[in-house]
Design a protein around this ligand. Structure first.
Ligand SMILES: *Cc1c(COP(=O)(O)O)cnc(C)c1O
Length: 360
């Protein structure tokens, strides 16, 4: 898609009265390729440090490593689960004192809620770093009246099969910066110079979105509102289910009017609930409903063990106590009802002792 599109505009315009989409969008093969080319277009490379959220999917950190830079993992705010702006500020001050080069920060919109861009962008810019928003999960979410994908200096979306809207595989780079957008498009198209004889001055990539998949994306975009409503309804149903279950709550439920409700997670406090997230997951699995722990934080991953991090225990606690539950907009009403029945039964486990699984 060469023509600039306006994600966050169009379909979701009604929400806050006006759409303010990014001026430029480049359709790419995946969210990961957008996370790779975004920093490259800014000249990020070996020797640079790029702070990012420790609570994310590995793709965010992998892409930073592809550029040759070093990811620096920042823990979550205990309240919101999103990148903690105070920790980011501390990390940037410490890195500056060490004389490190920090050209960019990549905050991640966890589970379809925007990070606190008001503070994070201000802090990053004050330290001379640009912000690339990993909005892979937050298409259709808002922060401070501005749609996801429009925050920071650039943003990325994913259209992978598990995301809010999908092209089966795909992604997008968004920015108001025409030079950066042109650079991303160039690098994504094998870095072919605009001449007939295939001239190359850069190492390029084959990161374009195919035209067939782009057509699928346009059809999905037309259904975006409806798909978001289904996910929200699913979250409401879970909130009702756990309303009178002590020790179990819907993660990020408070203040979720601006979320896209991409993936609903339950947080289980075993001391209050009498069971833990793993045993709830086991009961759900036995009844045929898939659930998973929240992601294992990046600073605990063997592959990133040598990378720097600044933590406060929040992400590790979320990993121990969180369970993501079926949330897809393709779930039928019947399937949703079946999950609800199973979950209701599973949540009753506290009345009957069940074996508590070992730590996840
Ligand atoms: C899905 C996801 C990605 C990767 O997107 P792909 O399109 O699968 O490459 C990156 N970051 C986050 C936070 C994601 O959830």
């Amino acid at each position: 898609m060469d023509r600039p599109t306006r994600p966050g505009g169009g379909r979701v315009r009604g929400r806050h009265g006006r759409a303010r989409g990014a001026a430029r969008a480049v359709a790419l093969a995946s969210g990961t390729s957008a996370l790779h080319l975004g920093p490259l277009a800014w000249g990020v490379g070996p020797g640079d440090v790029v702070p990012t959220s420790t609570m994310t999917f590995a793709a965010t950190a992998n892409a930073i490593v592809y550029t040759g830079a070093t990811p620096y993992f920042i823990d979550s705010d205990p309240e919101t689960g999103q990148m903690d702006p105070d920790l980011l500020e501390r990390a940037l001050c410490e890195l500056k004192a060490e004389g490190r080069s920090v050209p960019a920060v990549v905050p991640v919109d966890l589970l379809g809620r925007c990070v606190d861009y008001t503070r994070i962008v201000e802090i990053a810019h004050a330290h001379g770093a640009r912000v690339l928003a990993d909005a892979a999960e937050s298409l259709g979410a808002w922060h401070a009246g501005v749609p996801a994908g429009k925050h920071g200096d650039a943003a990325i979306f994913s259209f992978n099969g598990n995301k809010v809207m999908t092209t089966s595989g795909g992604g997008m780079y968004l920015t108001d910066d025409e030079v950066a957008a042109a650079r991303v498009r160039h690098l994504a198209t094998q870095a072919r110079e605009p001449v007939a004889h295939y001239e190359h001055r850069d190492i390029g990539f084959n990161y374009r979105l195919s035209n067939l998949l782009a057509a699928m994306g346009l059809a999905q975009l037309a259904r975006l509102d409806e798909m978001l409503e289904r996910r929200r309804a699913r979250r409401e149903a879970y909130a009702e289910l756990v309303a009178d279950v002590p020790g179990v709550e819907v993660f990020q439920r408070r203040g979720d009017e601006d979320d896209n409700c991409w993936l609903t997670a339950l947080i289980v406090d075993p001391k209050v609930a009498g069971f833990d997230a793993a045993s709830l997951g086991a009961v759900l699995a036995a009844a045929g409903a898939e659930s998973r722990p929240l992601w294992k934080p990046m600073h605990l991953q063997p592959v990133f063990a040598a990378m720097p991090h600044l933590t406060n225990g929040s992400a590790e606690r979320m990993f121990r106590t969180g369970l993501t539950v079926p949330s897809g907009s393709a779930l039928t009403a019947e399937e949703g009802e079946r999950v609800a029945i199973v979950a209701r039964r599973a949540l009753a486990v506290r009345h009957a002792p069940v074996p508590v699984a070992g730590a996840v």
